[in-house]
Design a binder for this molecule. Sequence first.
Ligand code: FMN
Length: 626
Amino acid sequence: MWIKEGEGDDEERRRSFRKHLKSPDGMESEAVELASLDADLLFYRPPPVQMSIVVSDAMEPDFPIIYVNKVFELSTGFRAHEVLGRNCRFLQFRDHRAKRRHPLVDPDIVSEIRRCLKEGMEFQGELLNFKKDGTPLVNRLKLTPILSDDAIVSHVIGIQVFSEAKLDLSKTSYPVFKETYKPKTDVSADAVLFSPDWNSTWIQRKEVCGLLQLSDEVIAQNILTRLKPRDVASIGSVCRRIRKLTENEYVRKMVCQNAWGRDVTGSLELMTKKLGWGRLAREITTLEAIRWKKFTVGGAVEPLRCNFSACAAGNRLVLFGGEGVNMQPMDDTFVLNLDAANPEWRRVSVESSPPGRWGHTLSCLNGSWLVVFGGCGRQGLLNDVFVLDLDAKKPTWKEVSGGTPPLPRSWHSSCTLEGSKLVVSGGCTDAGVLLSDTFLLDLKMEKPTWKEIPTSCTPPSRLGHSLSAYGRSKILMFGGLAKTGHLRLRSGEAYTVDLEAVEAPQWRQLECGALAGGVGGVQNAVAPPPRLDHVAVTIPCGRIIVFGGSIAGLHSPSQLFLLDPSEEKPSWRTLNVPGQPPKFAWGHGTCVVEGTRVLVLGGHTGEEWVLNELHELCLASRYDSE
Ligand SMILES: Cc1cc2nc3c(=O)[nH]c(=O)nc-3n(C[C@H](O)[C@H](O)[C@H](O)COP(=O)(O)O)c2cc1C
């Protein structure tokens, strides 16, 4: 039970413990004194933590509060009569006029609460809340569903432990807001400029646009930070006050975070040190600074191989396995640390290695966990999973098994979702049969278990295709060698699925047009020729770049193609990229580091295995060189 027991109970127990130790003559001896001292220590508890309690009715829509205790009132400043009948989310709003929760309240935690309540599960976690006067608080929250006799959740009990949130929202987050806000009662130049129509009646009646009567903080937090990067740039031209607010680095970072997600913005932090969030958002949106660069590093991956798999683990490039001369399956792990002054390939000394293989996939989860799946080994095709923590003192590959694994396969494709989920699709079996299934393994679970994702509609079976994650839970599948009737043909089709779709996930073919025109490096429009063994990378705004691969006739080698699968009518665009591109090849390894550096290594040209050549596709200007 986590509700504090009465202090009186402790005192009672202490007393009876002492009684028990009394000497037969009724006198308390020294030993008894000592024992009672120990007993005090035994029963010592740290001072009670003040726990606030809220009870909500789970049978009514939106979980209205039916009870709050005194600690809740004292901790939050809200009196019971002000909150009864409401949903508890008002604690996430700093300003009672705000229509949305404060942007620093972690949306992932809120959706986790929503999920737990929906599924009648217990929730425990920490989130930012606000007192009635706007003071931020850290809330260690536990929600427990209470079942009625007929096993239906009838109530939810919330236990809150509030503590001081050590952040000064006015100083650290919104340095300019206080300075710029001057409430205006008459028509100002700003208000006239902001008017959608200069002759509109409200201007003539000398009233100020309602938006401009809001405080800087409310405009910034509740309006600007929710816009897309491109819209923020446009709204900045509306008036001086709004422009000043859009120039705030915090607002710009929040805009990027809302558009691209917390993980992506986290990985871009370094890039913004010199560029700033505004310029970085522009460069990534327009791709005006995109270029190829040859990258020279020390060391070498030896012995020679092809069909290896590579991925990025933070700022490190990792390569595992591959096919050596005479079809030798390799089992070694190499790392290239890009944070080093002079990066060089090093073979990692590992305690044990997965069986050697090629045509497998290597993925990185949570920045340092490497996951190998499947491929072709000495004894045939594999469906095993091995995980290695690169940051461990003694990195050791460990096999993970749970549930019914996918069929053994090679030339499948994989990607990762939400930092912990490995998704595997398609590939080829021992009998040469092409596959069309999709499997998911959540490695955050205590006992990771393979789950096949049942989809009512699947793309034709294929190998050598690419899977790219975008948004929170969406995947784009492109290309590959696909089964078309009795034939196997290179595919140029794109399919998408949302694994968190409310109804069952469903693969859907994207009807992609090809658009002409565009800004920066974006040029005219041609859909990518069908291909397999190509490279596909997701860039921060959820767009996907495709290049290379095996193409009929071996033409259009290093042409880059760009697609935004979230657009209503997605269209391929070609990118004109200056600089030194990699040789035309297929089977490259690709990794994205620091969010904007796409590293491309290896590949084969038909005559040659390219192994130790490294190229970088820079999506934004480098802060250290420009
Ligand atoms: C009994 C109970 C207590 C809750 N206590 C809090 C709380 O102290 N702070 C908070 O931010 N959310 C709290 N919540 C969660 C919110 O009420 C709400 O469910 C959450 O914000 C997710 O839903 P939404 O996305 O519709 O806002 C509580 C929910 C319940 C049922």
